[in-house]
Design a protein around this ligand. Structure first.
Ligand SMILES: *[C@@H]1O[C@H](CO)[C@@H](O)[C@H](O)[C@H]1NC(C)=O
Ligand SMILES: *[C@@H]1O[C@H](CO)[C@@H](O)[C@H](O)[C@H]1NC(C)=O
Ligand SMILES: *[C@@H]1O[C@H](CO)[C@@H](O)[C@H](O)[C@H]1NC(C)=O
Ligand SMILES: *[C@@H]1O[C@H](CO)[C@@H](O)[C@H](O)[C@H]1NC(C)=O
Length: 442
């Protein structure tokens, strides 16, 4: 039995060295012999069973041999910035670990929105935001997370310095990762990546791989319960308003709501004007009036409809975002819903998570195609529709339609938006992009 046979065996996840290889070879020989002699054994009755028993023993010996092989880990720096940048960074860390055949040590996320003040960076453990065991069970066979308590020798570490700057190209980054799959680096119990935030690492993976990681991220109950409260408030307030308009009870039982991720705060406006200049595109920034007009013109949207405004905190003081909507659109934000107190108690990351969840569950979502928050939401909604086998993914025919208000669609409405799940990298669909896949009919 030569090495090339062992390579085939690796295909089954068996990458132990020579002893294991011999073991496997023995089992295969046993299997072949068994296949040859089986008819004879059967004619002898009970002996066939005994043989089967011996074979099982062989297998469990094999298992023991493999479980002795120590798990190898990847450690990454604390993950920072906005919720969705953190999700991308986390997925990138997972996919790096997968590439290195390693288990990712549960990273720290950041509870505060970090810009420059390093001392304001509030680390928050991954499992305070997402369910740890759930993640591992949903992502089994793809990527896995481990706790630091699983490390047996904390000093068996190799520090991997990621390159940066213009000369550090995607190809060089990929070469480095490939190198780290091999000897001697593969021997270390921990490979620790030092350097910049994983969000800024090069992107080597297709959208599908990211989506595979995202779908394993399930909020802890505290977060989904807060979102439940807001969603039921939206429906409750919506039905009251709709009653005033004089509709019958059966309409009220299923009040639809449209969530609008309204990015009009000062920081964003400055950022997006710069982006428009740099990219020479005029379709990134939308004014409050433009957003209101486009949402009012969504083709096929039944009114009255409740509008949930997902806005930055600073805008909650600005009552003008609640006025100027078309008749039949009933706008709410957290203040008007009376949930601002519960919400304000939470750190930034959790607030953002709650808003994300409320938008995810909405009947219709309208966002900005240049926002990471909006883009990951649309990816999530697209994936949900694909999962149930939906055929229509664009426009009001879709089960969970999404739109981009910064791009013009039909009848002065927003452009229908769906994620292209076959895209070759995440950047193409998630930030700095107006690729939104849906075609306009006509
Ligand atoms: C832990 O790892 C270090 C560095 O590889 C090594 O020198 C040391 O012997 C290891 N300790 C144990 C208990 O394995
Ligand atoms: C990692 O796993 C893949 C697939 O299972 C395998 O092809 C590769 O050789 C493994 N690499 C190392 C260094 O063990
Ligand atoms: C910007 O785009 C416009 C049309 O979209 C084009 O006419 C113009 O030359 C572009 N300017 C630069 C600097 O690329
Ligand atoms: C989706 O992305 C793939 C890969 O980039 C591309 O070939 C395809 O045309 C895209 N589909 C749509 C509808 O944009």
């Amino acid at each position: 039995m030569d090495i090339s046979n062992c390579k085939h065996l690796r295909f089954f996840g068996l990458h132990s060295k020579s002893l294991a290889c011999k073991c496997v070879a023995l089992v295969i020989i046993a299997l072949v012999l068994r296949a040859v002699f089986l008819p004879t054994f059967y004619t002898l009755g009970g002996i066939g069973n005994k043989n089967l028993f011996a074979f099982d023993n062989g297998l469990s010996m094999l298992n023991r041999e493999f479980s002795i092989e120590k798990t190898k880990f990847l450690e990454v720096p604390q993950i920072i910035w906005g919720l969705n940048n953190q999700k991308i960074a986390f997925a990138r860390a997972c996919l790096t670990a997968r590439m290195l055949n390693r288990t990712l040590l549960m990273p720290s996320l950041s509870a505060s929105l970090f810009y420059k003040e390093v001392d304001l960076l509030q680390p928050i453990s991954f499992n305070k935001v997402f369910q740890f065991e759930k993640f591992n069970s949903l992502c089994k066979g793809f990527v896995q997370l481990a706790r630091y308590s699983e490390v047996s020798n904390g000093s068996d570490v190799f520090k991997l310095q990621k390159g940066s700057g213009r000369r550090w190209t995607v190809e060089r980054d990929l070469d480095q990762l490939r190198q780290f799959r091999n000897n001697p680096y593969d021997e270390y119990e921990i490979v620790q990546i030092v350097g910049k935030n994983p969000f800024l690492w090069h992107d080597h993976w297709p959208v599908k791989d990211y989506a595979r990681v995202f779908e394993c991220l399930v909020w802890v109950q505290e977060i989904s319960r807060e979102a439940d409260k807001i969603v039921s408030k939206i429906r409750e307030f919506g039905s009251k308003e709709i009653l005033k308009v004089g509709l019958s009870q059966n309409v009220i039982d299923s009040v639809p709501y449209v969530s609008v991720h309204m990015r009009i705060e000062k920081d964003w406006t400055i950022h997006c004007k710069k982006l428009e200049q740099r990219l020479n595109i005029s379709e990134i920034c939308s004014s409050k009036e433009e957003i209101m007009e486009r949402v009012g013109n969504i083709v096929g949207l039944k009114t009255p409809a409740v509008i949930y405004l997902a806005v930055a905190d600073t805008l909650l003081e600005d009552n003008s975002i609640l006025t100027g909507w078309d008749e039949g659109l009933l706008p709410f934000e957290k203040k008007k819903l009376g949930v601002i107190e519960i919400y304000k108690k939470q750190p930034y990351l959790i607030q953002s998570a709650i808003d994300y969840e409320v938008c995810l569950r909405s009947d219709v979502f309208v966002g900005n195609s240049f926002s990471t928050f909006s883009s990951l939401l649309v990816l999530d909604r697209t994936q949900k529709m694909i999962k149930i086998g939906a055929r229509n993914l664009c426009g009001m025919e879709a089960k969970w339609p999404s739109y981009s208000y910064n791009l013009r669609g039909e009848s002065k409405g927003p452009h229908p938006w769906v994620t292209n799940m076959s895209d070759l990298n995440l950047q193409a669909i998630s930030y700095g992009s107006n690729h939104i896949s849906c075609e306009l009919s006509s």
